[in-house]
Design a protein around this ligand. Structure first.
Ligand code: ACO
Length: 326
């Protein structure tokens, strides 16, 4: 069975930047608190005309251009998101139409901040079984629309953006070596948007109570992430006979600089080998890994033959890692 490999990436963030100083004028917070506790300095916010599919479209167009492909060349299109344009149709179907990907099946996938890795694993499975040859995977979020701008414990964390990757069967040893996905629904209440679904349908009352906004038990989520990520990463390395020194780059989900640093420290990886861009974008959920990966590729931080490790955790709870040979 051939491996699946990433042949091109793309990314897009909206133009508008919201800085920590701007947030100081909106809620009781400070640039110092946000920087010390999270590493975030600014985040990008979608314009009122931009929805999830618009961000995904811009990132996907860039990936297609880099690959020298057109939308019609795609067999499958997966969008990982928790902030779809609307409940129905799927954002992936809206994207399929805009890209002219008329030969492609399209669906959305929800695994919160781990969404891109869950989508990558799905794409890999379709490619290695031979069902599809060319798959576009996008992680796209407009979290600013699910953010309570009066809640300082969450509104300082999130940003909007999208990233995309195109996968094809590999010809040699390069590609996805292994992907591991995990979920624990018993901890779903750590991170949720309680309203707007079939449990609590959208109503004047649910909106008044702010149930359509993200609620997070930040500290518990933080502890869970730090505890879980070390084992996740070391497990992936051990199973594949590698040490952290064999990695050219770790691309973590960008949720909190303290979480990223703790993981790198615990596995003995110097910070120079960790892609960090949280200061520019905040937590963009499913978009964070593909945005960071695109930055690494375009910045020349990954060369052919390099081992690259991706890891993420998020609502669900969900967590995942992927080992790639570039
Ligand atoms: N400015 C100033 N003070 C604040 C702010 C703010 N923006 N937010 C909270 N505080 C206060 C709190 O009220 C609290 O005050 P108190 O001690 O008087 O009660 C104090 O700061 C400490 O609050 P904690 O929540 O304990 O702070 P913590 O160190 O845990 O940092 C944070 C909070 C940044 C949210 C951290 O817990 C975190 O990053 N958690 C993980 C988030 C995450 O990764 N989520 C998963 C992915 S998201 C997804 O899947 C969509």
């Amino acid at each position: 069975m051939p491996r699946a490999r990433i042949v091109a990436t793309g990314a897009y963030v909206p133009e508008k930047i919201l800085s920590n100083r701007d947030l100081e004028k909106m809620v009781e917070t400070t640039d110092e608190w946000i920087t010390d506790r999270t590493g975030i300095k600014e985040r990008h916010i979608a314009s009122s005309k931009e929805a999830c599919s618009d961000l995904a479209y811009n990132a996907s167009k860039e990936a297609l251009k880099t690959a020298g492909l057109k939308g019609k060349d795609l067999d499958l299109l997966i969008v990982a998101t928790v902030t779809a344009d609307m409940p129905l149709p799927a954002t992936a179907c809206i994207l399929q139409d805009r890209l002219g990907a008329h030969n492609a099946a399209a669906f959305d996938l929800n695994a919160a901040c781990s969404g891109f890795l869950f989508a990558l694993a799905t794409a890999e499975a379709y490619i290695t079984t031979g069902m599809y040859k060319r798959v576009l995977v996008a992680g796209a979020e407009v979290l600013s629309r699910a953010t309570d701008w009066e809640d300082r414990s969450t509104c300082v964390l999130f940003g909007d953006g999208a990233g995309a990757a195109i996968l094809e069967p590999a010809e040699g040893e390069e590609g996805i070596i292994s992907i591991k996905l995990y979920s624990d629904g018993s901890k779903g209440d750590l991170l949720e948007v309680p309203g707007g679904g079939s449990r609590v349908p959208c109503s004047a009352e649910s909106v008044k109570e702010g149930l359509h906004f993200i609620k997070m038990k930040g500290n518990e989520t933080f502890k869970f992430a730090v505890k879980t990520l070390e084992g996740l990463v070391t497990g992936m390395l051990e199973e594949n006979g590698l040490r952290s020194s064999d990695l050219a780059l770790l691309i973590p989900h960008q949720a909190n600089l303290r979480i990223i640093k703790a993981t790198a420290e615990r596995i003995g990886l110097p910070l120079e080998k960790v892609l960090v861009n949280i200061h520019k974008y905040g937590n963009t959920s499913a978009a964070s890994i593909p945005i960071a990966m695109d930055e690494a590729v375009r910045g020349g931080k990954i060369k052919n033959g390099d081992y690259v490790l991706l890891e993420a955790f998020g609502g669900g709870l969900t967590w995942a890692s992927a080992l790639l040979k570039w």
